[in-house]
Design a binder for this molecule. Structure first.
Ligand code: B4P
Length: 191
């Protein structure tokens, strides 16, 4: 199996690049943000709980996120591997993911970390707020809160993988294809 963590701040291009990577490498995409938006769309209890946190730009509590990822992994047996997009976002989630991988007799092979300056992130997210209607992308104060939460709670996750020798920083500004090629070059070293 090939298991990849695609990491980066909100708006770094994780979702955009995941779509291309899953096609090229035939992997299963697990985006916790997409899974929450699906629950919200279906009006589930999990969705109602998650929405309160997402609307403010805060993280959904770890136990909810981890349970949802565990369910998703169990529902896709026989896959060639996973791309985890927007997960893990805390050290507790990173530890839980290692345990889930171990339980399934596999491991995380590499972390690809997209790096994008904050002004560019704000510009991209406000733009997506207009085109997608996503409410968490429409208010600059909420976007700045998401970036603050990322800096405080999520950046330590990069160190967690760096300590395991798995961190690969990739510059995330440029054309989507150029960034995709740089990500693919790192992945190709693991297959
Ligand atoms: P996510 O859905 O993960 O949203 P995101 O980080 O904002 O988006 P992403 O990074 O995938 O978007 P992309 O750059 O592709 O999370 C939303 C919320 O869910 C969180 O705030 C949190 O509340 C909750 N949540 C999710 N996971 C959680 C977890 N594990 N724990 C706790 N809470 C969790 O796209 C951004 C824009 O940039 C797009 O419009 C795209 O077109 C554009 N773009 C992409 N690449 C570009 C490029 N190279 N140049 C120019 N524009 C580009």
């Amino acid at each position: 199996m090939l298991n990849i963590v695609l990491f980066g701040p909100p708006g770094a291009g994780k979702g955009t690049q995941s779509e291309k990577l899953i096609n090229k490498y035939n992997l299963t995409h697990i985006s916790t943000g997409d899974l929450f938006r699906k629950h919200i769309g279906e009006g589930t209890e999990l969705g109602r709980t998650a929405q309160k946190f997402m609307d403010e730009g805060n993280l959904v509590p770890d136990e909810i996120v981890i349970g949802m990822v565990d369910d998703k992994i169990l529902s896709t047996p026989g896959t060639a591997g996973f791309i985890f997009d927007g997960f893990p976002r805390t050290i507790a989630q990173a530890e839980a993911l290692d345990a889930l991988m171990q339980k399934n007799g596999t491991q995380i092979d590499t972390m690809l970390a997209l790096e994008v300056p904050e002004e560019e992130l704000i510009k991209r997210l406000l733009n997506r707020g207009i085109t997608s209607g996503r409410t968490d992308d429409q208010d600059e104060a909420k976007i700045k809160n998401r970036l603050g939460v990322y800096n405080k709670e999520t950046t330590p996750v990069a160190n967690y993988y760096n300590n395991q020798g798995k961190l690969n920083p990739i510059y995330g500004v440029g054309s989507i294809d150029e960034i995709f090629n740089n990500l693919s070059n790192v992945i190709d070293k693991h297959i």
